[in-house]
Design a protein around this ligand. Structure first.
Ligand code: COA
Length: 156
């Protein structure tokens, strides 16, 4: 049984651990190991912690954080979708994204957009996102630069 709710600031360290584990498991083989290490291991910034309270949603399973996703309702940008390795492939990421879409629709956001890490492109396509534009993503926390795919979804 999963519930999805807004993240709490005191969950920052648990969220960062989940993010770290998801990067190592899900992105391995798509980026150089050293790049993944910098992306995963850089500690969270104060700005990230502040954004947690306004933009971040967590999936709770058995009283633990099983997944997360962020949505900026002003820009329509989805970010930081991560699911714990032991829970990947069980529909949690899709449930989080579906909730973010619902929240966006309720606020009159017409389009969501994101920079998909290369491993996650099939996931976003399965969730109705499209896009072929290769780009680079710079992590605001670590500064690391990753190849990515710009993707979007029109909300009807
Ligand atoms: C990408 C990620 C968030 C997806 O979450 P998830 O819970 O594993 O995905 P789900 O189980 O909800 O999958 C939803 C759909 O995407 C499909 N999908 C997911 N990953 C896929 C893959 N690698 N290849 C093909 N299809 C995939 C699933 O088959 C499913 O399709 P369906 O709805 O038609 O059955 C998660 O795997 C993850 O944290 N990856 C590492 C971190 C990362 O890359 N995050 C994205 C940063 S942009």
């Amino acid at each position: 049984m999963i519930s999805i709710r807004m993240a709490l600031i005191h969950e920052a360290s648990a969220i960062w651990s989940l993010r770290r584990a998801a990067i190592y498991k899900g992105c391995a083989g798509f980026y150089p190991d050293e790049t993944l290490k910098i992306w995963a291991e850089t500690p969270p910034s104060d700005q990230f912690k502040q954004t947690l309270a306004s933009d971040c949603y967590v999936a709770i399973m058995d009283a633990c954080i099983a997944g997360m996703g962020m949505l900026n309702l002003q820009s329509g940008k989805v970010d930081a979708m991560f699911v714990g390795p032991q829970h990947m492939g069980r529909g949690i990421g899709k449930q989080i994204l579906t909730l973010l879409e619902k929240l966006a629709r309720e606020q009159g956001v017409g389009k969501l957009h994101l920079d998909a890490s290369l491993n996650a492109v099939p996931f976003y396509r399965a969730c109705g996102f499209s896009g072929e534009q290769a780009a680079t993503y710079q992590s605001p926390v670590s500064g690391v630069i990753l190849d990515c795919m710009q993707m979007q979804k029109i909300l009807s």
